[in-house]
Design a protein around this ligand. Sequence first.
Ligand SMILES: N[C@@H](CCC(=O)N[C@@H](CS)C(=O)NCC(=O)O)C(=O)O
Length: 299
Amino acid sequence: MSNDNNASNSYTPPKVWTWNPDNGGEWASINRPTAGARHEQTLPKGKHPFQLYSLATPNGQKVTIMFEELLALGHKEAEYDAHLIKIGDGDQFGSDFVGINPNSKIPALMDYSDDLDGKPQRIFESGAILLYLSEKFDALLPKELSQRTEAMSWLFWQMGSAPYIGGGFGHFYSYAPYPMEYPIDRFTMEAKRQLDVLDKHLAKNEFMAGDEYSIADIAIWPWYGNLVLGHVYDAAEFLDTASYKNLMRWAKKIETRDAVKRGRMVNRTWGEPDEQLHERHDASDFETKTQDKLEPQDS
Ligand SMILES: N[C@@H](CCC(=O)N[C@@H](CS)C(=O)NCC(=O)O)C(=O)O
């Protein structure tokens, strides 16, 4: 061990790991080493073709931004109900939710559109949801093969890389029961390496797939845009995100899009009351149902 902080840890892994339900981290009360439904829970269903079960974490924002972008492009069939899934309360382990996503994580989507002839489609994993919607509406993915491939490369880069930000850097920087130098160092190094990957790419490209805004940007912005703008983990200063000039330019530009502003609000239960729309069932909800407009008993 290279320094005193780390050398002071006397943990020796046992021969066979056993679960200690009380490990102290912020999510300790809902984490278990097993999969599957933990309780019966019927999910609500609204009137629109798409039923989204989610929360406004970065993975959740990808999908609500996508729906708002599709609607802004005039795709009326992309109307959706967004139901709130409280992951801190364990809603993701309810029986109906697990039926949509066996992995018990938001976002989870059901498509009941008429063109499915009464055979509703479940979709889980945010990247798969973006791709499904983009193919269904023939939107937000470049048509030319080379550019399309570039968009797909960045979409899959995001799916593989962001867990190092969320489960790695964010967990140890914000949620672990106490600060630990070794994992914070390891994941800060990786987070900054990834920010540099994006910064160097955006030095030569307006958007992730070139000159066209696409699902690659919609996948990447909720994690990396929010991170560099200081919206998640309060880590902008720690990571010196201002030094990634091209990434900051891209992040600020996308933040001003109306669909992004709306998408960020949906299923949000924290932050400023006028930015929290707990559930979205109609486009007018953004004007009338944010937390600042509701009586306390309505929320
Ligand atoms: N790879 C998944 C990750 C989804 C994910 O990690 N969702 C988190 C919130 S951001 C969640 O539902 N966590 C609840 C839990 O782990 O129990 C995706 O992109 O959809």
